[in-house]
Design a protein around this ligand. Structure first.
Ligand SMILES: Nc1ncnc2c1ncn2[C@@H]1O[C@H](COP(=O)(O)OP(=O)(O)O)[C@@H](O)[C@H]1O
Ligand SMILES: [Mg+2]
Length: 345
């Protein structure tokens, strides 16, 4: 990856919270990352950790009642503060979203051709049917959908084909930035592999930057340049996907990898404990109650983002900074070890 390349998307200290009766749900809690042109960043983490909220928040597609803070720079403009109409104009041509359930997004009464016409006309009112058809058939061709299906209705397609249609509808504009939220979750394994291959090829073709949300680490390994690991509203580790998988630096990443590997081999091995309630996450590192390596400092202070070699970043006290952990090293005592000593006494 070229270091001098300007990022397309640059997120700084993004926060998103939902007002509820129980208090504010801090679904995204200070997230920062960059995305380079043509790069695919995978976003993983257990259910409820804030992945969809982050993805929607980036595109200004949050539900009523959600509040945000921080900065989302897209080609220099702060998407968090641009006007609604500006955002509407950018959605489609510049910013795309691929959802999990294509059926709820496609109109059963409209032919595929009409979906493309509607989408393209919203941004180019006078565009002719011929021009729409040319653009649509090109993108559908890349998606492996034959031109003979252009005038079919959504129900005439299989689930996998519908998902490819959705991707086609998002990509017909050749947007610079696309968020795909679990685009293959409802699909069988073969179709999933096909979709992943398409996403992989297309970003080369279109130079699209992709945020690919999934709970499937296999997909990340196959389709992503970098991976960001999310826990309780925070990105706890981010880096080159190969590097992170080979040598995970955050205990949560390690546990996540281990649980996934054993799920496919020896059966259940989930991470003990449950993710925290995001209205009232634990102080310090949100993962400390479940962390096998927790130290005293982890219970008290938010970990500080540390940059490791190869651009890998981790928010974990095991990586310092040492001067805050304590010069005498006492805080390096593992909490669990202390507890077991206390039990024996
Ligand atoms: N509209 C909403 N109102 C209140 N809380 C919400 C809303 N949407 C999501 N949440 C909460 O925000 C947290 C993050 O949810 P979500 O972004 O969907 O996570 P993920 O996609 O990782 O499963 C969860 O605790 C969820 O219950
Ligand atoms: Mg989700």
């Amino acid at each position: 990856m070229n270091d001098r390349m300007e990022p397309v998307v640059s997120v700084r200290d993004l926060r998103v919270w939902y007002g509820t009766e129980r208090g504010a749900v801090r679904a995204v809690d200070g997230v920062s990352f960059d995305l380079l042109p043509g790069e695919t960043l995978g976003l993983v983490g257990e259910s409820g950790c804030g992945k969809s909220t982050l993805g929607r928040g980036l595109l200004g597609m949050l539900p009523e009642g959600a509040q945000t803070d921080g900065e989302i720079r897209f080609k220099g403009e702060n998407l968090r503060t641009v006007s609604r109409s500006r955002l509407r104009d950018m959605r489609g041509p510049e910013l795309g979203m691929i959802f999990q359930e294509p059926l709820t997004r496609l109109n059963p009464l409209m032919r595929i051709s009409e979906h493309f016409e509607e989408a393209l006309r919203a941004h180019t009112p006078g565009i002719s049917k011929d021009t729409v058809e040319r653009a649509a058939l090109e993108v559908l061709g890349l998606m492996g959908i034959p031109p003979t299906r252009y005038r079919s209705y959504p129900h005439e397609f299989s689930g996998g084909m519908r998902q490819r249609l959705m991707i086609g509808l998002a990509l017909v504009f050749r947007p610079a930035f696309v968020v795909a939220d679990e685009p293959t979750t409802a699909l069988d394994v073969l179709v999933e592999a096909q979709i992943i291959r398409i996403l992989h090829d297309l970003r080369r073709e279109f130079d699209t930057s992709l945020l690919l949300i999934t709970h499937n680490l296999g997909i990340i390994a196959e389709a992503c340049d970098r991976v960001a690991v999310m826990y309780a509203g925070k990105i706890v580790e981010v880096g080159e996907a190969r590097q992170v998988f080979r040598d995970p630096q955050h205990p949560y990443t390690r546990e996540l990898l281990r649980s996934t590997i054993s799920l496919s081999t020896t059966g259940l091995n989930y991470i003990p404990g449950a993710p925290p309630d995001l209205t009232d996450p634990p102080p310090g590192c949100h993962f400390h109650p479940r962390c096998p390596d927790a130290m005293r400092v982890c219970e008290e202070l938010d970990p500080i983002d540390q940059e490791l070699s190869g651009g890998q970043r981790v928010e974990c006290w095991l990586h310092g900074p040492d001067h805050l952990i304590g010069v005498d090293g006492r805080d390096r005592l593992r909490v669990r070890e202390e507890l077991s000593v206390a039990d024996e006494a």
